[in-house]
Write a protein that binds this ligand. Structure first.
Ligand code: AMP
Length: 249
């Protein structure tokens, strides 16, 4: 069973981004970029499935500019067997990425597609769901546990009310939540090995996909500044402040 893992190149999680002065977006010039953290978890899960003998091949795919090759090399250093870059200079919105992934699903016929539950830059939480709809595949989103049993996959989902377990027939789409696993550290020998792995580049046109944006960003602004905290001497003062100043109780 092949496993396809989409990995997005995003601003590193430890970077505090700044909004551009014209409000058109976030300034990402000269900012450290990394693999979306949920995608690292997705790659780790796919590689563990391969180590267990469940998966036969792990293919990482990234859509975006040429620099996404670095993200693919990281995925291959974790253990993915090969990478596919769908190269585009356009701003790729979740629907465009889902369409590109659908075309790759048709081409590669994976048993599982494991995505991150959301990208930490756009926080869209849409691509996996859109892909499942476009490819007409069952979906197990926010996975905290994945167990493949023959042609079924049991996914324990992290939902507001607790844990929900669903069984899907493969092929299926899964999105990885934080507690699915703890990704391994990438070692230097594996980084070196990853450099020699196969990396193919495709253009959206070769996949027959129109990636033109469907949404227009009107404005990006900083969240309002938080005021400094104060220390209160006792519970009565705290309750009074919550009631009369913050007006939250
Ligand atoms: P989003 O719907 O944008 O929050 O992204 C959810 C997941 O879709 C991410 O965690 C990735 O696994 C995948 N994804 C989104 N954008 C891309 C991209 N440009 N290239 C590869 N995978 C992507």
């Amino acid at each position: 069973m092949k496993v396809l893992v989409p990995v997005k190149r995003v601003v590193d999680k430890d970077i505090k981004v700044r909004v551009k002065s014209d409000g058109s977006g976030v300034d990402i010039a000269n900012v450290k970029m990394s693999m979306n953290p949920f995608d690292e978890i997705a790659v780790e899960e796919a590689v563990r499935l391969k180590e267990k003998g469940v998966a036969t091949e792990v293919i990482a795919v990234s859509c975006g500019e040429a620099k996404c090759q670095e993200t693919l090399r990281t995925a291959m250093a974790i253990g993915a067997d090969r990478g596919i870059l769908v190269e585009s200079a356009e701003e790729l919105q979740p629907l465009a990425v889902a369409k590109l992934l659908k075309a790759l699903v048709d081409k590669e016929q994976p048993g599982l597609v494991i995505l991150g539950k959301q990208a930490i830059d756009d926080d869209a939480n849409q691509t996996g769901q859109m892909l499942a709809a476009l490819a007409d595949l069952p979906q197990g989103t926010f996975a905290g546990k994945v167990e493949v049993e023959g042609d079924k996959v049991k996914v324990t989902r992290e939902v507001d009310s607790g844990l929900e377990t669903v069984t899907l027939s493969v092929p299926a789409v899964i999105t990885a939540d934080l507690r699915l696993n703890e990704p391994r550290y990438v070692t230097l020998p594996n980084i070196m090995k990853a450099k020699k792995k196969q990396l193919d580049t495709l253009k959206p046109e070769e996949l027959g996909v129109d990636v033109a944006p469907r949404l227009k960003t009107l404005k990006v602004s900083e969240p309002p500044k938080r005021g400094a905290g104060v220390k209160v001497p006792d519970v009565a003062t705290l309750v009074d402040k919550l009631k009369n100043e913050a007006k939250v109780i």
